[in-house]
Design a protein. Structure first.
Length: 481
């Protein structure tokens, strides 16, 4: 298996080189191989095919990933930010009877805990199962975030995620042996996990906080010369604004995934690190890598993402609008996921070998480039987490605050989620306890603003545009977190 063989090669060639650095600990390539070997040997004796990983610690996640991959099992990522009832439900539906998880988390019902830090007594290569994995074997189940319903588990095979995606993406996205890659996004989400494996696979050093942590990010930058950043646009902008500029002066590559960068962010990057390449890519958990482009400081912003298809990716359009050229995007790619797990009510749309998940696009330049429109789903991205306002509103209704409107407030130094309601004020402690049973912590609003009445337009309609104004008739605002 190329993943394990790559780790073993780097561990032999550079055993003392840092593989993963966090604000509190570090992990060398030699340690990563030994610790993942020890767990892989434990997993060999288990009948279960799927093993969960529930942690926000990048070191624990690295050990878990390579141990599970080497043993021939399938890694199931259980987001540690999920409420315990959701985590328990997802673990059961995905058949996770064993879990590698952080010690500070409560063990889920019906799940046996495995620890991520044993050392094997001998420094020998683990090859029992790792050498015999076919490309069609399930490697990973990771859940999409931000849906207004239950998370959708996406199944990735060894071939699509390892043999194809990593080899094709590393060159374009700038992952290499000499790079120290900072990823200040959640390690339990697809972008963070992919960035970690990509860095280790290339022999580089992965600098990570596991979730957005300003002080942790500053600590990492003071300890290591960062040459590469992988993040989402909202987090990237905050890194550039809040980090000491001298700590970013050695940047060579910045990789942004998700929505297009604001032009101000691109300009700020090139002011701090004039020699850095800025690469944007568009992808999804279901498709992995789709298209990419390089952003220049003088390149005007566009309402669309137009980029070059990654090598091996083919695209076609269904239901094309004759006036605009846009239609539903279908992707035929060696990077495509197997689909959603059988436990999910969702399903991808298929056309032969191609799959679609609702993205709208048009093709340009003889089908070598794709132009993608933003999804009109009001998705918010807060500190690297995708959040659907409808899911938060539904949770608020379930705890006695119906018809709440959820907004992202970016007027202050830190972006915050605010919920507006005309319901009577509720106890802060009661709300926190009740919402925690329905929402991941990062989806709980920072503030509940209780209005005496909704703002209205001249014609008497609800004026949602005025919800961020300072002249609202506010009864009380409570800070939840």
């Amino acid at each position: 298996m190329e993943l394990w063989q790559s780790l073993a090669r780097w561990a032999d060639q550079q055993p003392d080189r840092l593989a993963v650095l966090t604000p509190g600990r570090q992990l060398t390539y030699g340690q990563l191989k030994r610790r993942s070997s020890a767990i892989a040997r434990q997993l060999d004796s288990l009948q279960s095919t799927r093993i969960g990983a529930r942690t926000s610690d990048p070191i624990e996640m690295a050990i878990a990933f390579y141990a599970i991959a080497a043993s021939g099992k399938t890694l199931v990522v259980i987001d540690p930010a999920w409420p315990e009832n959701l985590a328990s439900t997802m673990a059961a539906s995905l058949h996770c009877k064993y879990m590698i998880e952080s010690p500070n988390l409560t063990t889920l019902p019906g799940v046996s805990r495995l620890m991520a830090f044993p050392e094997s007594p001998a420094d020998d290569d683990y090859v029992a199962s790792a050498a015999n994995l076919s490309g069609s074997r399930d490697l990973l189940v990771i859940c999409t975030s931000g849906s207004s319903s239950r998370p959708k588990p996406v199944v990735r095979t060894v071939g699509s995620w390892e043999e194809e995606s990593l080899s094709a993406g590393s060159r374009i996205l700038g992952a290499s042996l000499d790079q120290a890659t900072l990823c200040p996004s959640p390690i339990s989400h697809g972008l963070g996990l992919y960035a970690m494996v990509e860095s280790v696979h290339s022999g580089g050093t992965f600098l990570a906080t596991g979730k957005w942590d300003l002080n942790g990010m500053r600590s990492l930058l003071s300890q290591s010369s960062c040459t590469r950043i992988v993040s989402v646009p909202t987090i990237l902008r905050r890194v550039l604004e809040l980090a000491e500029p001298t700590f970013l002066s050695n940047l060579l590559v910045v990789v942004s995934g998700g929505e297009a960068l604001h032009q101000e962010t691109v300009q700020l990057l090139h002011e701090i690190a004039p020699m850095a390449r800025c690469v944007e890519y568009f992808g999804s958990s279901e498709h992995s890598l789709i298209a990419y482009r390089e952003r220049k400081p003088d390149q005007p912003a566009s309402p669309y993402f137009e980029g070059q298809l990654f090598p091996g990716v083919r695209a076609h359009i269904h239901g094309k609008d004759s006036a605009t050229g846009f239609g539903l995007l279908y992707i035929d790619s060696p990077f495509n996921a197997k689909g959603y797990d059988a436990s999910s009510e969702a399903s991808v749309s298929r056309c032969g070998k191609s799959i679609g998940i609702g993205d709208r696009a048009m093709l340009a330049s003889g089908s070598a480039r794709v132009v993608l429109a933003r999804r009109n789903d009001e998705m918010m991205n807060l500190n690297g987490n995708n959040i659907h306002p409808g899911e938060v509103s539904t949770a608020l209704e379930s705890v006695g605050l119906p018809n709440a409107i959820v907004r992202l407030d970016e007027s202050g130094p830190e972006p915050q989620m605010v919920a507006y309601t005309v319901s009577p004020p509720r106890s802060r402690s009661t709300l926190l306890s009740s919402l925690g049973q329905h929402l991941s912590r990062y989806k709980i609003p920072h503030r509940i603003t209780y209005l005496r009445s909704w703002p209205e337009t001249f014609s008497g309609k609800l004026n949602t545009a005025a919800l961020n104004d300072q002249d609202l008739d506010i009864e009380r605002s409570d800070w939840l977190r």
